[in-house]
Write a protein that binds this ligand. Sequence first.
Ligand SMILES: Nc1ncnc2c1ncn2[C@@H]1O[C@H](COP(=O)(O)OP(=O)(O)OP(=O)(O)O)[C@@H](O)[C@H]1O
Ligand SMILES: [Mg+2]
Length: 433
Amino acid sequence: MALVCVGVSFLFLLFAGAKEADRARDRATGAWSRVVPLIREGPLPAVLEKGRVEAIQVLNAHGRPVAATRGLVGKPPMATFLPASSNVRAARVLCPPAGLKGCMTVVSYKVYQPDGIWPLYIAVPIVPWYGDVTALLLAVCVSVVVTTMMTAWVFRDLTKVVTPMNAIRTELAEITATRLDRRVPVPQYGRYSELKCLAETVNGTLDRLEGAYKQLRQFTSDASHDLRSPITAMRVQLDDALMYPRDTDWPKMTKEVLAGLDRLQAIVTDLLTLARLDAHAPLSREVTDLSELAGAEVKRRAYRVEIVKDLQPNVLIDCDRLRVTRVLVNLLDNAERHATSKVTVSVRAEGSAAILEVVDDGAGIALEHREMVFERFTRLDASRDRDSGGTGLGLAIAREIAEAHGGTLTIQDSERGARFVLRVPVHGAVSPA
Ligand SMILES: Nc1ncnc2c1ncn2[C@@H]1O[C@H](COP(=O)(O)OP(=O)(O)OP(=O)(O)O)[C@@H](O)[C@H]1O
Ligand SMILES: [Mg+2]
């Protein structure tokens, strides 16, 4: 801004200088038109009026001064140069012209007389490039005022930005893992909507962080609780056995403790699986026929209910067989646990997706619980009554496995019971980025 101001002032001064030079030329021309008739027609007084120039001197054809303004009367010629032969006018800066003080522009004219050329010299002050001091002062003053005003304006604007920025920074600095409920102030007024956007984005990020942190805390406390319960139960059993060794049925007690250890092992394995999935551990993928995999899993063991298979052959997917089997096992276990008499397993290809459905004829899952059951350690009340064995991690793991394969695992509407739908890209399909 200051540079623009200096540039404009410079142009203004150049313009003022040009104007002032024009005026000096006009003054010299005015003096010339006043004196030339006196030379030509007479009478030419020995002392000439100065008018608006510094000095005038007329020489005769022999180069002797015959008339001059007051200070030059009786003095030698102030200059000796004449315009070139084709010109009637020439100007030079002389420092100083003879008989005068200081540098001046001397304009020389040729006046043609019957006895020869009479030189006429007119001295005018030198015009500096900036015109005159007034123009220079004006330019400097205006530049200073404009620069000061602009600086003040920019400073005021900067203050408007810096103050809310500082407020955001201070608040952010005070937010810690234990105080994640705090939010940065959102500036409500002012021209800078970017600041409002920044504050809102920061608050959005804090919302998500707080949510993730709460989830993590909940997960840790649920995991600790689920690990502690079997440990406490086993401890009580062992204490009792040691206190009353004779009354203890040792084989029975050992079996019960082993069952508790199995449960502990299952939870720890599930937690490890989740940790690996969270860390996006690489999958060992291979081309697999999903129908074949589902068929083999159904055949692997006997079920309490009837299992109906509807498996379209050659539904190929790129998958980690162990992981997808983990999904199948959990879906089949859940379905068997909740079915009344029948579970249907179907596999088909639909466009670029391979679809596996596990449908049971049990009580189903209410609409409001259909997302909740995928959260870690979620077990609906009905299941707690039915079987205390589950940890509530199965579906969370299954969904993470589906997503790691670029697919989804959801619960869809069905006429009766629960309908779990696994959708993964078929072999060769471009998986979504
Ligand atoms: N087919 C189903 N019908 C009704 N409710 C179901 C069905 N499948 C799952 N659920 C509900 O979802 C909850 C979560 O299932 P999930 O598989 O995650 O845990 P789980 O089976 O209880 O334990 P585990 O970790 O051993 O699998 C179950 O406890 C149950 O309440
Ligand atoms: Mg389960």
